[in-house]
Design a protein. Structure first.
Length: 300
């Protein structure tokens, strides 16, 4: 991954560069102390990601992003900000910001966000490669191509912003397992049985299966919790956001989403307690995947 840092605070630039270099997260190919001075360099170098400060003299972060987009930059942006203002955050999301790094800069937060960004970049790169391959196939063949179960599940997880999370592979494995059952019922079996079925694919010893089953449970819970936070963030900014409107009431206990939205709006520094309903999430995901897969077959 190739990064460009734009921040009028030299100490922040130095710290971000150090975190990226020491964490083996990629290369910092350039830096600038203002939005105005970064434009020509970013357009010339075309980094994968621009880390950009929100508040800068002459051109602020949002204005700089707008100019770069208008002049052809197609990479990703990560906003660096000390303030949490709902209107400015909303405007930043509209301009294409996917993640925020908060000041004072925290090493763990930066590493986590950059790893997620890299995962998204690799996924998009893979999707582009697939599209390029499909362009070489005749239109009639493309039209008849049916999405497999994994592609359907990943598209749903992507809408919730959790495609790169630790439990996303486990979730895909569970839905694939359920879809491969010949006499699959509409209702899920006990989660313990599901987790153990997936664990046996990689473990043979019973003790190891139990440990892996517990690990799968925890990874999935953490991933669903990220989805709750993502949707609550979207809803707190725009209640009519299509992803929020569709997924929040279907996949989750909506009161938990509402509580998290209130927590975000109050800018509380304490960690919110969220009840994660893994069974509801997996149940709805399974039924939606099943419906989409069946619909494809009917329309083929």
């Amino acid at each position: 991954m190739r990064y460009f840092i734009v921040d009028d605070d030299k100490a922040s630039r130095t710290m971000l560069k150090k975190i990226i270099t020491e964490g083996d997260l990629g290369f910092v190919i350039g830096e600038a102390e203002s939005g105005a001075s970064c434009i020509s360099s970013v357009l010339k170098m075309q980094p994968n990601v621009v880390l950009i400060d929100l508040l800068m003299p002459v051109l602020d972060g949002i204005e700089t992003i707008e100019q770069l987009r208008n002049q052809g930059y197609r990479g990703q942006f990560i906003m660096i900000s000390q303030i949490v203002n709902k209107e400015m955050v909303g405007e930043a999301y509209e301009k294409g910001i996917e993640f925020f790094i908060h000041k004072p800069i925290n090493r763990v937060e930066v590493q986590s966000i950059l790893k997620k960004t890299a995962e998204q970049f690799r996924l998009r790169d893979s999707i582009l490669s697939i599209r390029e391959s499909l362009e070489k196939i005749g239109p009639s063949q493309i039209g008849n191509r049916q999405q497999n179960v994994k592609e359907i599940v990943l598209s749903i997880l992507n809408d919730m912003g959790i495609i790169g999370e630790v439990g996303s592979d486990d979730i895909v494995s569970i839905i694939e397992f359920l879809m491969n059952q010949r006499d699959a019922a509409a209702q899920l079996p006990p989660l313990k049985d599901l987790y153990e079925s997936i664990a046996t694919k990689t473990k043979s010893h019973q003790v190891d299966v139990r440990k892996e089953s517990k690990a799968i449970e925890q990874r999935i819970r953490r991933t669903i919790l990220v989805a709750v936070n993502n949707l609550a963030s979207l809803g707190s900014i725009d209640y009519t956001n299509p992803e929020f409107e569709y997924y929040a009431p279907r996949y989750f206990d909506f009161q938990e989403i509402r509580n998290q939205m209130i927590h975000i709006r109050e800018n509380s520094k304490e960690t919110a307690k969220v009840k994660v309903n893994s069974k509801k999430f997996l149940q709805v995901l399974y039924l939606e995947t099943k419906d989409k897969f069946k619909l494809q077959g009917e329309n083929k």
